[in-house]
Design a protein around this ligand. Sequence first.
Ligand code: SF4
Length: 702
Amino acid sequence: MITSTPVKTTCPYCGVGCGVEATRLPDGAIRIAGDTAHPANAGRLCVKGSALGDTVSLDQRLLYPQVRQDGVLRRASWDSALDKVAGGLRAIIDQHGPDAVALYVSGQLLTEDYYIANKLMKGYVGSANIDTNSRLCMSSAVAGHKRAFGEDIVPGCYEDLELADMVVLVGSNTAWCHPILFQRIVRLRESRPHMKLVVIDPRRTATCELADLHLPIKPGTDVWLFNGLLCYLARAGVIADDFVTQHSSGLDAALAVAHEDCSDPLKVARICKIDPDALLAFYRDFAATGKVVTAYSMGVNQSSSGTDKANSIINCHLATGRIGQPGMGPFSLTGQPNAMGGREVGGLANMLAAHMELDNAQHREVVQTFWDAPAMADKPGLKALDLFHAIEEGKVKAVWIMATNPLVSMPDADQLRRALDKCELVVVSEISAQSDTNAHADVLLPALGWGEKDGTVTNSERRISRQRAFLPAPGEARADWQVLCEVAQRMGYAGFDFASPQAIFDEHARLSAWRNEGATARLFNLFDLTGMDAAQYDALAPQQWPQGQARLFGDGRFAHADGRARFVPTAPRAPRNVPDEDYPLILNTGRVRDQWHTMTRTGKAARLSDHLPESFIDIHPNDALLYSVREGELARISSAWGAMVARVVHGGGVARGQVFVPIHWSDANASDARVGAVVNPVVDPVSGEPEFKHTPVRIEQF
Ligand code: SF4
């Protein structure tokens, strides 16, 4: 509904999931305010959220479908574009089988879009070749949760970060990347000055400014540090014996592995390149403090040992029984607005809908029967990097990319160009006419953006919130769920006759509550949200699942078949590629405070560009001297995979031997600025998440 009264919706950027009130003013401007009733932010917004009104203009928007003819993208009708997509997919499936087509989607999609995409691929096409840019974001946390808890569950809630006596932030520049959550911690700390804040991060970031202790860890050595902590906790006699005995298994095996390399704190300090006194101070405080939350983000997840890093953290919480109780627990901070919603509908290539398992025959039968699906996928599909390699090898011949710009965001991003150039059919659903990936499309479909689309998202604390439309659809743009349904119907599939996001959400909620038995049903069950009519769905207030449970596992019951949590032995290992004579520096990548992803939205708000107007290479002044590059001048960074150019800065937070480059800039908004082209295509063997934080590079004058 289009209205000039405030519309309650949800910020489309980070995983904090703040509530927003958007009002259309008579002059066409959009007034943005924080929603005081939303539990995530209680009325506060960070600078990105506050500037949302500046990002909704139609400037640079993709407004009508285009189809490539004679090598050129030309305007087309929706009918001909949809026929081209459906006909192209059908022909490739008929000739080469279902695994010859793929969807690559995004944590920017709403849950309803995600649900339909997943249903189409896994239940009707019959392939699990649907992966998402969430693979690049939190798949290591997902895998860590599943190994430890038997289910991908974040056990705690945001309030725990305020109730804790010690908050440990690992691999997270929370002040910039989850700003409202960081503000919540900082505000509470003013009234609880004994609360300790520890930051474990190779860089001295803005988050460190308020920390009691910063451990500038050597990149990639987190498992040594947390294995060392596990050994220390055992020596200090603070293992929660009753909890461990009654509710877990595997502590002895995890301790045995940890002891091999990490029992001596001095050795751990040497490996992690941390001052031994600082490391011991952290170990002592962790052991002595009951209420500890360890929140971790991309510095943990985006690693070739990301899953082990997550489990080494969770091991320490299980060992002390600090989980599922107020003010304590491991906490994964998701990057994207709907990375959690995607997990709920099985948006990753190795997941099924409603938190059920793709490799569980009973779960597959439940989902197939519920969907009345003709061709259920029965094996995991290709994860993001493997997917684009399979495209280059000619095994996957059609890909539909939705709401993401992989030509910029993937590691070894030049490989994407080669892959998409070889692909027989590339379909891109986008809001921006400037996205780098558009140039490789055979069919370009205009999508609805924030403020235009309608549905739900789920934030890092399992809270479902509505995104509501308050703007008309621009040009000929359509909702992603609608386009997916129209293609499915053109391919001859029943089961896609949805009239609204509400109807899709209802099916999603009913599936979660239908013959979904055992621990999965107890933990992920939207039964209370089934049967909503349009008005109830429209009025849906933000709420956590399972309803009324801010915390999970407090009763000691986990989702493994025996009800016990698992300690996972985590043998530390170095990143796959290490610096050498040719590439002596370690490249670390990440976000800046005022931009989001590849800037197709935040790049439109002039005030957001004031903070940092261009890409940069942050390097220690002594390294700049050593490699003959000067602050303020352009330099080139090269790896074995590619190169990029940006201006040299000395931000003051980067240690010797490392450089930091932001992820946002691309060839669409600067020349040779895609850091993704430089990043090594190495992934975690369990989660498939790429190692964005550790690529050997060299730097030289440009
Ligand atoms: Fe949006 Fe995240 Fe900022 Fe909240 S903290 S306003 S969700 S970007």
